[in-house]
Write a protein that binds this ligand. Structure first.
Ligand code: HEM
Length: 380
């Protein structure tokens, strides 16, 4: 993810302003997805449509996070065609918000995810590493999810596919970074095997849920053990400033991923509303959003060519995210207390919006940074 050393000659979108346009549909998807989240919590919302609650998952995973992932990968590739990936995912999300038939948005997302798979081909040729394969595996699962969704498979049955997309993408990034610290090739092979097993278990979860979800849980737990053992976060948590902030977000995220993995391993598919909420948001809020918070100060500057300086106040949304998720999951889902589930959900939204506002303010306040400095991409 941090390989920014592309030649850029054929990148028709070198202008950071042009690139930032791709963030607009992602941002719209985030706001609409949060509005849909309120609807799903049974609370009053600014906007109410029949379709919103049905598309919350697709908006959040593919049109919001997926657009960010695809944009960053296209910038790393540096070719104009690569931007079809964030465009397809972002516009697909927008289409889901219009009265157009849902399949039109679905097909745009198929295009976006298929382009993302294609983006990994030249990235692999440039650097044939296990990390690229693991990330490409995530993009293949995303493509599977969009094709199956257009084909009529409901989101709850596609949960492992959507989760797999982001879990493998993030695991690949962390692997890439762990390699910098002289990783032994055997451990790289181990991650590839775990990622491959996770992809197979994802397919099995659809065909034979009784065994598939348990296998998936086992692979997610193994992946978490690997991440915790080899991630630099265990060392950088003892440093200061940005490296420490990132490490705190990473380690907290791994704990949530382990919880989801443990649930699936022991309990199998989550069929009840409470257990479903627990597993879904352990992965997507506890793990994925925490990872976004960790990486934003490094990734956004690479995309926008503007610095996003770390500020200690960034701990505020991060702590709020994890505390509110604990309230939602432990008291709300496990304890069966409805107000705690709702209050936790609302505070999740506040945490996410607060982080976005802080990041936007930080970028605007910091002004432009020379491209040369950013291309160094030093990461804790
Ligand atoms: C920030 C606040 C959020 C709130 C308040 C919220 C709320 C909800 C609720 C109430 C449900 C229904 C759960 C159930 O049926 O038991 C749900 C489902 C879901 N959420 Fe969220 N969510 C939030 C964030 C996210 C994020 C960030 C993602 C992904 C990146 C996400 C992905 C999903 C998915 C995939 C589903 C399953 C949808 C389905 O089965 O149709 N959510 N959410």
């Amino acid at each position: 993810m941090y390989d920014l050393t592309h030649d850029g000659r054929r990148d028709g979108h070198r202008s950071p302003r042009l690139r930032s346009l791709y963030l607009i549909p992602g941002g719209v998807a985030l706001l609409a997805g949060l509005d849909a989240g309120l609807l799903l919590l049974g609370l009053p919302t600014p906007v109410r449509t029949d379709r919103l609650p049905e598309v919350h998952g697709m908006l959040m995973v593919l049109a919001f996070v997926g657009t960010l992932v695809a944009l960053e990968r296209s910038v790393a590739l540096g070719r104009r065609w690569g931007y079809a990936a964030p465009a397809g995912l972002g516009l697909g999300g927008i289409a889901l918000l219009t009265p157009l038939p849902a399949w039109s948005g679905g097909w745009l997302m198929v295009l976006g995810t298929a382009c993302l798979v294609a983006v990994y081909v030249p990235l692999w040729r440039r650097a044939p590493a296990a990390a690229v394969l693991v990330q490409a595996g995530g993009a293949v699962l995303a493509t599977g999810a969009t094709v199956l969704w257009v084909g009529g498979v409901p989101v709850h049955a596609l949960l492992p596919w959507l989760a797999g997309f982001l879990v493998l993408t993030i695991a690949g990034e962390r692997l890439e970074l762990a390699r910098v610290g002289n990783l032994d090739p055997g451990t790289e092979t181990a991650v590839m095997l775990i990622a491959g097993a996770a992809a197979l278990a994802t397919v099995a979860s659809l065909l034979w849920p009784a065994v598939g979800y348990r296998l998936l849980g086992a692979t997610y737990l193994s992946l978490t053990v690997w991440l915790v053992r080899h991630d630099v976060a265990r060392r950088t948590i003892r440093s200061t400033g940005l490296p420490r902030f990132m490490a705190a977000c990473l380690l907290a995220g791994y704990a949530w991923l382990a919880l989801a993995g443990a649930y699936w391993l022991i309990g199998g598919r989550a069929d009840g509303a409470a257990t479903y909420d627990l597993v879904v948001h352990s992965v997507f809020l506890g793990f994925v959003v925490s990872m976004i918070m960790a990486h934003a100060p490094v990734i956004l500057p690479a995309v926008l060519r503007r610095p996003l300086p770390y500020r200690p106040v960034m701990y505020l949304p991060a702590v709020l995210l994890h505390a509110s998720l604990l309230l939602r999951v432990v008291v709300g889902d496990v304890g069966g207390v409805r107000w705690a589930w709702q209050a936790g959900g609302v505070l999740n939204i506040v945490a996410l919006l607060l982080f976005v506002l802080l990041a936007a303010w930080s970028v605007l306040a910091a002004g432009r940074l020379p491209v040369r400095r950013l291309a160094g991409g030093g990461l804790p």
